[in-house]
Design a binder for this molecule. Structure first.
Ligand SMILES: NC(=O)c1ccc[n+]([C@@H]2O[C@H](COP(=O)([O-])OP(=O)(O)OC[C@H]3O[C@@H](n4cnc5c(N)ncnc54)[C@H](OP(=O)(O)O)[C@@H]3O)[C@@H](O)[C@H]2O)c1
Length: 324
C-alpha cells in the first residue's frame, strides 16, 4: 500500500510517498480502508519534530482518518466489516490502510461525507469540550473566537451557535471572515488590520464573556484586555508560534479565569466522559444542529502542499486528503 513517509524531521516538502507492506491487524484494533484523512496543524508540527509528541523517524504521520472497516482484530466488539468509521489513531493515518484502536474509533454520524468526517472528531470534540465542559458557555453570552477560519476555530463557531451564544469571529483575511459568517458568526474582526481589543469590546457591548484562543502570540494580550469582568479565557493552542506572556495584573483586575484546554490529554483519564461527549455531538449532528464545512481536498501525494498551506495561513477552512 501507499503511505506518506517522514524519513527525518524536516519541512513538509521532504515527505515522500512510499510503497510498503500492508500493516498487520492488532488485537483491539480494526483495519480501515482509508477514504479521507484530516490534515492538521499538528501534522505540520509533528513532521518537523516541533510537536509535544515526537515519534522516532521513519514514521507515517497523520492523526485522523475516515473510511470503511475491512477487518476486525481479536477482542473487538461494536464494529463490523463494512462500517463507515472515523478515527484518531494519533499517527499512521496518511496511508491507504490504517490500523485503528477501537477506543479512538467512532461510527460516522449520519449526514457527514468521508472528507467532513475525517476532520470532525478532533476539531468538534475540542470545541465542545472547551465551550461546554470548560467554559460552561451560556446562551446569553458572547464568545470571541481567534483563528476562527481554522479547524478548531470553525468547529467552535458551529458549537457556540448550536448553544445559542453570540459569536464574534476573528481572522486575518476577508475571505476567511466570509467563511466564518457562512458558518454562523454574528460579527467578525479582521485582526490583521483592526484593533482586536477595541473592536471586540465594541461588538460585545463592553466586554466578551468567553475567549477561545487557538492562536496565542501577539493576539493573546489584546484579547485578554477585551474580556468582561468574571469572563473566561480558554487557552486552546499556539498556532501563532509564540507562547504568550501576559501581565498577570489583568487577570486580577478583571477577576477572570484563564482555563487550560487539553482535550486529547483529558480523554486518556476520562474515557467514559469522552464517549458521552461524542454521543452529544452525534446527537447534535444528526438533529441538524451542526454544519461542518466541506474541506479543501488534496490527493495523497499533495500532502506537502496542504501542510505548507496551513503553515503559511493560506488555507481557508479545513484541508483533507481524499483517497476515494
Ligand atoms: N487544546 C486542544 O485540545 C487542541 C485540540 C486541537 C488543536 N489544538 C491546537 O489548536 C491550534 C490550531 O489548530 P487548527 O487545527 O485550528 O489549525 P489551523 O486549521 O491551521 O488554524 C489555525 C489558525 O491560526 C491562525 N494563525 C495565526 N498565526 C498563525 C501562524 N503563524 N501560522 C499558522 N496559523 C496561524 C490562522 O488564522 P488567521 O490567518 O486567520 O490568523 C489559522 O487559520 C494548534 O496549535 C493545535 O495544536 C489544541
Amino acid at each position: 500500500m501507499k503511505v506518506i513517509q517522514c524519513a527525518a524531521f524536516g519541512p513538509p516538502e521532504d515527505l515522500r510517498v512510499e510503497e510498503v507492506d500492508d500493516p498487520l491487524i492488532q488485537p483491539g484494533c480494526v483495519r480501515v480502508d482509508v477514504r479521507a484523512c484530516g490534515v492538521y496543524f499538528v501534522d505540520a508540527l509533528m513532521v518537523q519534530g516541533l510537536y509535544q509528541f515526537r515519534p522516532t523517524p521513519p514514521f507515517v504521520p497523520g492523526t485522523e482518518v475516515a473510511g470503511v472497516v475491512t477487518e476486525v482484530g481479536e477482542g473487538v466488539t461494536g464494529f463490523s466489516v463494512g462500517d463507515a468509521v472515523m478515527g484518531a489513531p494519533g499517527m499512521n493515518a496518511f496511508a491507504e490502510q490504517a490500523i485503528v484502536p477501537v477506543r479512538a474509533l467512532r461510527l460516522i454520524p449520519k449526514g457527514l461525507s468521508f472528507a467532513q468526517a475525517s476532520g470532525f472528531y478532533q476539531a468538534y470534540s475540542t470545541a465542545y469540550f472547551a465551550l461546554v465542559h470548560r467554559a460552561r458557555l451560556q446562551p446569553d453570552e458572547t464568545v470571541l473566537i481567534l483563528g476562527a477560519a481554522g479547524g478548531v476555530g470553525l468547529s467552535a463557531i458551529d458549537v457556540a451557535k448550536a448553544m445559542g451564544a453570540r459569536v464574534i469571529a476573528a481572522a486575518s483575511t476577508h475571505e476567511k471572515l466570509e467563511l466564518c459568517r457562512a458558518q454562523g458568526a454574528d460579527e467578525v474582526i479582521l485582526y490583521s488590520e483592526e484593533d482586536l481589543k477595541s473592536r471586540a469590546k465594541e461588538l460585545s457591548g463592553g466586554g466578551v464573556n468567553v475567549i477561545y484562543d487557538p492562536v496565542g502570540g501577539d493576539f493573546a494580550e489584546p484579547a485578554l484586555r477585551s474580556v468582561a469582568p468574571e469572563g473566561r479565557y480558554l487557552v486552546i493552542g499556539f498556532a501563532g508560534g509564540e507562547i504568550p506572556r501576559v501581565p498577570w495584573n489583568l487577570i486580577l483586575l478583571k477577576q477572570c479565569q484563564v482555563i487550560g484546554v487539553n482535550w486529547g490529554g483529558w480523554t486518556m483519564s476520562h474515557r467514559e466522559e469522552n464517549e458521552a461527549l461524542f454521543a452529544s455531538l452525534r446527537e447534535w449532528m444528526e438533529a441538524g444542529r451542526l454544519k461542518p464545512v466541506e474541506p479543501t481536498l488534496y490527493p495523497l501525494e499533495d500532502l506537502p502542499q496542504a501542510l505548507r498551506g496551513l503553515l503559511d495561513r493560506k488555507i481557508v477552512g479545513k484541508a483533507a486528503l481524499s483517497l476515494e
